[in-house]
Design a protein around this ligand. Structure first.
Ligand code: HEM
Length: 491
């Protein structure tokens, strides 16, 4: 076991001393939250003045990248050495998607799916997003009339669930209006199971890292079946009725039947099967739709929740945002539309600043897929090594973002944005594996935030601590408890 902890030393990579026999460098796992733990390691290596450092998660070697110029090489120029996110740790629908694919399989799927997320396609879906944002406003209005304090995280998860449910699965989930919506409950179950790093998931991960198992299961087969059946039934119905709807599913049906996605869709482009093409299977469609769902609803609702918490904490920023929203809406007869959303530049900066302080994925994952010699050093990274780019730490490093605790959207204004050091701001990742849903995430977050700020004024309820407290055992940035805000009609 001790020899295992010499792995990085043997590669010429600096590492910590005195690893715990079982936990390696993660002996504080579960005692301090994942942000603090990662930050501690980042600061340690940064103080040493090195570009990268080796860690042991249990006995699995992980390489932490500290220097932005090396981040740049790994995610862009030398990407061909780091084409995978992770070693594949499981099977089933949950892993049958772009995020978990590698090599040629990933390249082919990424090429096919990219046209799904162009600005034109996002514009096409913006009507659905805006309709759901209006329902969100009505829900908060009702809560406000009843004198209720809003647990904003859950309310926003209902909004993003309805948006993604409608766009990715073509169904009305009604989670904004119906507290007991089945779709919402299934989504919450799935997220809880994936994000839960407590035993027994933790024990499964330990046995995986110790090499006792090659893959693990997350016990989500019932949820996978739910999504699989939903996709099958909806596609079958559409194929029968030749329905045309402006959503991702329609584009996936087109991909299935025609092998590619056309710019403009006509019925014949979607439902007439092309000859001699490699058909996209129902299982593949269901897998990608499930990824859009898991990647889409929690990340965006988390972002909007943190944005509202910071707006409640910083009323001058909230007022400035409201002024912008009202000024732009005036030009469009008071009605939010795709073009109006594009003009909300301060709103963009509020969301960018939120994603700087609170990136939902605190680290970017990469796996070394070909032996790599780190330029200008003697260090060599083996094929199969896991790489972590600690974006939360980099984005909150005072060297790159002075006074990092301050919520300051002006960091991203026209004058200041050019001062940001390259590869120090990466909430959506970068390079060929950058988040494919970036534009969709921005439109859904902006539509929700702008609609709410136009109508309501938010203040922090005493139940919500500030600075926020993060959960100890979770895979993505999660708060301990909810975000409770008091709501008033805005003047
Ligand atoms: C605020 C919201 C979101 C954030 C912060 C976010 C962040 C990320 C990050 C950090 C990655 C990894 C990037 C890399 O490795 O360089 C990623 C990948 C991905 N995201 Fe997002 N995401 C968000 C919303 C969405 C949405 C709404 C969708 C889809 C509807 C989506 C779909 C994807 C997909 C498909 C990938 C995998 C790309 C690949 O491996 O080629 N994301 N996202």
């Amino acid at each position: 076991q001790k020899e295992k902890f010499n792995y990085w030393r043997n590669c010429g990579v600096p590492q910590l001393e005195n690893q715990h026999l079982l936990f390696g460098d993660f002996q504080e796992y579960g005692k301090i939250n994942p942000i603090k733990l990662t930050d501690k390691r980042y600061k340690y290596f940064k103080k040493l003045g090195v570009k990268l450092g080796g860690l042991y998660q249990f006995n699995r070697p992980i390489l932490m990248i500290v220097d932005p110029s090396l981040v740049k090489l790994i995610v862009t120029k030398d990407f061909h050495y780091f084409t995978a996110h992770n070693p594949k740790i499981g099977n089933g629908l949950l892993f049958n998607n772009l995020f978990h694919m590698s090599g040629d399989e990933w390249k082919d799927a990424r090429r096919k799916l990219t046209p799904t997320f162009t600005s034109g396609k996002i514009k096409m879906m913006s009507d659905i997003v805006i309709e759901k944002a209006n329902e969100l406003v009505n829900l908060i209005e009702k809560m406000n009339q009843n004198g209720q304090t809003a647990e904003i995280k859950e309310v926003l998860a209902r909004y993003t669930t309805d948006v993604i449910g409608s766009c990715a699965f073509g169904i009305e989930c009604n989670s904004i209006q119906d507290e007991n919506s089945v779709f919402f409950q299934r989504g919450q179950d799935l997220f809880r199971k994936l994000n839960n790093m407590k035993p027994p998931t933790l024990l499964k991960l330990i046995s995986l890292f110790l090499g006792k198992k090659r893959s693990i299961s997350f016990d989500v087969s019932d949820i996978e079946d739910f999504f699989r059946n939903l996709v099958n039934d909806t596609i079958e119905l559409r194929e029968q009725n030749k329905t045309m709807r402006k959503d991702f599913l329609q584009l996936m049906i087109q991909l299935k039947n025609r092998g590619s996605i056309a710019d403009i869709m006509y019925e014949k482009d979607v439902y007439q099967k092309a000859e001699g093409i490699e058909i996209l299977s129902m299982e593949d469609i269901a897998g990608q739709c499930m990824l859009f769902f898991t990647a889409g609803f929690e990340t965006s609702s988390t972002t909007m929740s943190f944005a509202l918490l910071e707006l409640a904490q910083n009323p001058e920023v909230q007022n400035k945002l409201r002024e912008e929203v009202r000024e732009v809406l005036q030009k469009y007869n008071g009605i939010l539309c795709y073009e109006a959303i594009q003009e909300l530049t301060y709103c963009d900066n509020v969301i960018k600043e939120t994603l700087r302080k609170y990136p939902p994925l605190i680290q970017l994952p990469r796996m070394c897929t070909k032996k790599y010699k780190v330029p200008d050093t003697d260090m060599v990274i083996d094929e199969g090594a896991t790489v972590s780019i600690p974006i939360q730490s980099i984005q909150n490093d005072p060297e790159y973002f002075p006074n990092p605790e301050k919520f300051d959207p002006e960091r991203f204004n026209e004058e200041n944005k050019s001062k940001i050091v390259d590869y120090t701001y990466l909430p959506f990742g970068e390079g060929p594996r950058q988040c494919l849903g970036l534009r969709f995430a921005l439109i859904q977050s902006k539509a929700g935030l702008a609609s709410l700020i136009n109508r309501f004024h938010f203040t922090r309820n005493q139940k919500t601590p500030y600075p926020p407290k993060f959960a100890l055992l979770s895979a993505i940035l999660t708060l301990d408890g909810g975000i409770w805000l008091d709501v008033k009609n805005a003047n």
